[in-house]
Design a protein around this ligand. Structure first.
Ligand SMILES: O=C(O)COP(=O)(O)O
Ligand SMILES: [Mg+2]
Length: 223
């Protein structure tokens, strides 16, 4: 039995690209325009990962504003600023490009699956010259539910044409790990991303990695 899967699914924020700077810049522009206090990087770091709506509602709540009243205008401002700033304060993590080259060299199909809105995800991958690695890019608004629900992974496996048990999910957070477990995909976890302030090594994984290019793709020794 080979260790090599039939396809790879990769998360985006906290896995491929360190996007925290974009989130902080955009949120603080929105808060300034609404006359609200700014948020700190540490707050955003532990809150990001469950899609834009969750991030905006949590941010409004955190600064003492009423999300029920301000969500709609905040979301409109957020979209306009995100479109403009997307990628400007973000960096591809060390080892990512090299790791993607290794994955691509296996000839297996690859998908990027993020909770970020699909349009922002596609634009960010293009701006960082990462689009060419992926056969599919799916965002948090492409399916009815987001990670940690298994639905996005199951739908992505369908697009890739592979069985979940033969498809590796590579991510940085408990959202990825929970979605993968529920979908039946083996999960590999990067140590440097955003896991809601919790150490990712506490979660079981097929491989825990400090860099994507440390991934082990060797066939398992036959018994
Ligand atoms: O919540 C987001 O916007 C993005 O999160 P993800 O790329 O780690 O899924
Ligand atoms: Mg992530």
């Amino acid at each position: 039995m080979s260790l090599m899967p039939d396809a790879f699914i990769l998360d985006l924020d906290g896995t491929l690209v360190d996007t925290l700077g974009d989130f902080v810049a955009v949120l603080n522009r929105v808060l300034n325009e609404l006359g609200l206090p700014e948020v700190r990087r540490a707050f955003v770091e532990r809150t990001v990962g469950q899609g834009s709506e969750h991030l905006i509602r949590s941010t409004l709540d955190h600064v003492g504003a009423d999300p029920a009243q301000l969500y709609e205008p905040a979301w409109a401002l957020y979209q306009a600023h995100y479109r403009e700033l997307n990628g400007q304060f973000s960096k591809v993590y060390p080892g990512v490009r090299e790791g993607l080259v290794q994955l691509r060299a296996t000839g297996r199909p690859m998908a990027c699956l993020t909770n970020k809105p699909a349009a922002f995800a596609r634009e960010l991958l293009a701006r960082k010259q990462l689009s060419g690695f992926f056969d599919f890019v799916f965002g948090g608004d492409d399916f009815e539910r987001k990670k940690p629900d298994p639905l996005p992974l199951l739908k992505t496996c369908e697009a890739l044409g592979t069985a979940p048990a033969r498809t590796w999910m590579i991510g940085d957070s408990s959202n990825d790990a929970r979605a993968a477990a529920a979908a039946g995909c083996p999960v590999l976890l990067l140590s440097y991303g955003y896991n809601h302030g919790e150490p990712i090594t506490a979660l079981p994984a097929l491989q825990h990695l400090d860099r994507l290019d440390q991934i082990s793709l060797a066939p398992a020794a036959s018994a």
